[in-house]
Write a protein that binds this ligand. Structure first.
Ligand SMILES: [Zn+2]
Length: 176
């Protein structure tokens, strides 16, 4: 390898480095957009990471065709078995189903449990970085940050937990 020059990664390799395949859903580890979708830079523009996951296997989308989440409804899931193609009309119905009808862990696309949100808030309140909490829980950091700080979709949680210094788990305070 020539020193001082980054090897250029192909899109598949770039993509695969940003995916956590340890769970049922294969979750995007990098930033998500405001709607909870992952974006992937491909051929000069951003496309949905789930779209890339689909077209790398099936080839380009036909005009009017979109990639939808099938069984899991997790917007940043890029597992090919969880993706189906469909029309824009199908997709709009999905968005209604996933975006406006549910909240909290009843929401199909939620990857956090209410316990994780409450525990995450507790740890965050005593100064543990969100990224570390997310890693300990094995969840997406952006999703957890939203739940802890912006509290999107989690407003109904009763926030009565008090911070008790005795409850600090020392494991969370030690650098890995
Ligand atoms: Zn999935």
């Amino acid at each position: 390898m020539t020193s001082g020059v980054y090897p250029r990664l192909g899109p598949d390799e770039r993509f695969d480095r940003q995916v956590d395949r340890s769970g049922e859903c294969h979750l995007w580890l990098n930033a998500l957009n405001n709607e909870g979708y992952a974006n992937f830079w491909f051929e000069g523009k951003y496309i949905g990471a789930h779209v890339y996951a689909w077209i790398r296997v099936n080839g380009p989308l036909a005009p009017g065709q979109v990639v939808r989440h099938g069984p899991c409804h997790t917007r940043h899931c890029v597992r090919i078995e969880h993706l189906v193609s469909g029309t824009k009309g199908d997709n709009n119905r999905d968005r209604q189903r996933d975006g406006t009808q549910a909240r909290g862990s009843k929401h199909h696309s939620a990857v956090l449990t209410e316990e994780q949100v409450l525990e995450g808030r507790r740890l965050h309140a005593i100064g543990v970085p969100v990224a570390r909490i997310a890693r300990d829980f094995g969840v997406n950091a952006e999703t957890l940050r939203d739940a802890i700080t912006a509290r999107k979709s989690w407003k109904h949680l009763n926030d009565t937990l008090l911070v008790c210094p005795d409850a600090i788990d020392p494991a969370h305070l030690v650098d890995p």
